[in-house]
Ligand binder design. Structure first.
Ligand SMILES: C[S@@+](CC[C@H](N)C(=O)[O-])C[C@H]1O[C@@H](n2cnc3c(N)ncnc32)[C@H](O)[C@@H]1O
Length: 245
């Protein structure tokens, strides 16, 4: 862990690197019309909270893709501790390159990570790597109603200008060549427990860090959490459960 790497300082050792919970992961997995085996890929897996949940439930090898090696190391360590290292294969790579490395995918999972390459781009890119009739489960930050508080609108105007409504994202998925089977919105609790409740005190403690980039990252995180607190459920993480058409 580096002394001045904002990512390591804020997220180091955390199991959840984004909102989510195993309860929601497994609930969404159960929304698939059949149990999936075969080639399973988790794109942008981070430290792999959901990767481990999927592997344990399906008892199938999961290919865990992330571009940040320390997160994959942490996942490998957790898999070992859980006695399921044989079910996890890590790949340190850009998830945009999945189709050139992993093919004939039965299930492509991605929680809180697709935005890094753009939700529409991710869906179009991964389509090529899925088997005919293969499934994708991709979560994306989405507007849940169209009258968000001003502070929230202002924050996302610069923070995530590409955020769309859940209905718009459904159309994006259809246009990318999928049938949308189900959608699920993460409950508020999944943002707080094990995520914001750990990040907030860490970020506050980093506000007087000697490195300017660390202080700035900490301040952004505190602002993100403040905005969540006054969001009035105007946005949320929506899982799109889709099947290659
Ligand atoms: C917000 S974190 C979510 C991690 C994890 N899915 C979770 O919910 O705990 C986003 C993850 O995407 C990874 N990431 C960002 N850009 C990526 C890319 N182009 N290819 C692969 N992974 C990427 C980051 O390293 C990070 O682990």
């Amino acid at each position: 862990m580096s002394d001045a790497n904002p990512i390591d300082l804020l997220f180091g050792g955390m199991e959840k690197l984004g909102p989510g919970s195993n309860r929601d992961t497994l609930k969404v997995l159960d929304m698939l019309p059949q149990t999936v085996h075969g080639v399973i890929v988790d794109a942008g897996c981070g430290a792999g909270r959901h990767t481990l949940a999927l592997a344990k439930r399906l008892q199938t090898l999961v290919h865990a893709v992330d571009s940040y090696e320390p997160f994959l190391d942490s996942l490998a360590q957790r898999a070992k501790e859980a006695g399921i290292e044989h079910l996890i294969q890590t790949h340190c790579m850009d998830m945009v390159n999945i189709p050139s490395i992993l093919r004939e995918i039965d299930l492509l999972w991605s929680e809180g990570a697709a935005y890094n390459i753009g939700f529409p781009h991710a869906l179009r890119t991964w389509h090529a790597a899925l088997k005919p009739g293969g499934f994708a489960v991709v979560s994306e930050l989405s507007w849940l109603r169209n009258n968000a508080p001003d502070a929230v609108l202002q924050f996302f105007k610069s923070g995530y200008p590409d955020m769309h409504s859940a209905d718009e994202n459904r159309i994006v998925a259809e246009d990318a060549g999928y049938n949308v089977l189900a959608m699920h919105t993460l409950p508020r609790e999944a943002w707080i427990k094990g995520y914001y409740d750990i990040l907030e005190p860490r970020a506050k403690a980093l506000l007087d860090h000697p490195d300017e980039s660390v202080r700035a990252f900490a301040a952004e995180t505190i602002e993100e959490i403040r905005i969540f607190g006054c969001s009035e459920d105007s946005y949320g993480y929506v899982f799109y459960v889709v099947q290659k058409a």
